[in-house]
Design a protein around this ligand. Structure first.
Ligand code: MLT
Length: 266
């Protein structure tokens, strides 16, 4: 029996997604290289308990104020820390001594809205260059169609997110076999774009609009941190409005109890 190839689709910006229902029950990979994906992967790798993406700065404040000190308010507006927040969106802020054990209540310009739009997804993974191989392995094992959701920049195409998406496509086709997947024009185009930039990811980041803007604000270190391919073996998933590593979800006693009760029921 002929095996039907899996499909890889791609949105260049979350603004192409009109409603959360569009991604309901789909497999989604959210990419915001500069900087939300990279910050979130780094925070979880450094021991943050979980991350809660929020619809607005006000919503973040409400959650944070009622957390009895367990939560840090995190994120940016125009790339700078939001007034009254604990952390901005600079990677170096998310050190172990700052985030270990904390709930990161998060709001940012493009990355967070992309995650909010993915809240009804069947699976939603967070991808940056820093955790590329882990996401490739997850998708190779998943063996299902998926959609790459580039955060983009204010509704427009983002070079860095699309090159990262292209790397995912190229690496997955290499790992799973070219005939395992069928590509749309957008996912095909992303893989070709990656071929043009793959020799020097950091150089590419310096050539992007947002990269230049971050450098102008003194955040050049963030470009270096965001360019480090496979720095972390981390697979952040969004489930029921919360982002954790897949291991954290799988070791959750509540979920484990549910599995035990299901097994007993069968
Ligand atoms: C975003 O969400 O648009 C970015 O993460 C912005 C930034 O951190 O500079």
């Amino acid at each position: 029996m002929e095996i039907k190839p899996l499909k890889i689709s791609l949105y260049f910006s979350h603004d192409y997604v009109d409603s959360e229902l569009e991604l309901k029950d789909k497999n989604v990979v959210v990419i915001d290289v500069l900087r939300t994906s990279t910050t979130m992967v780094t925070g979880l790798a450094n021991g943050a308990k979980e991350i809660i993406p929020t619809e607005s700065i006000a919503a973040a404040g409400m959650i944070g104020r009622n957390s009895e000190g367990q939560a840090l308010l995190c994120g940016e507006k125009n790339a700078k820390i939001i007034e009254g927040f604990n952390l901005g969106n600079s990677i170096k802020e998310y050190s172990e001594e700052v985030v270990k054990g904390k709930i990161l209540v998060f709001n940012s310009t493009n990355g967070t809205p992309s995650l909010i739009k993915s809240k009804f997804a069947r699976n939603c993974a967070v991808l940056g260059f820093v955790n590329m191989s882990r996401v490739v392995s997850f998708l190779k094992e998943l063996k299902e169609d998926f959609i790459i959701l580039c955060a983009g920049k204010d509704g427009d195409f983002s070079l860095e997110d699309t090159v990262c998406a292209g790397m995912l496509v190229s690496e997955l086709l290499e790992a799973a076999g070219k005939n395992s997947y069928v590509l749309t024009d957008s996912s095909m185009g992303a893989s070709k774009l990656y071929s043009a930039y793959k020799k020097d990811i950091l150089k590419m980041l310096h050539e992007t609009e947002h990269g230049k803007f971050l450098v102008s604000l003194g955040f050049e270190d963030d470009l270096v941190a965001c360019s480090q391919v496979d720095k972390y073996n981390m697979l952040p998933l969004l489930r029921s409005g919360v982002i954790k590593s897949i291991e954290a979800f799988e070791s959750d006693p509540k979920l484990t109890m549910k599995k035990v009760s299901q097994r007993n029921a069968s």
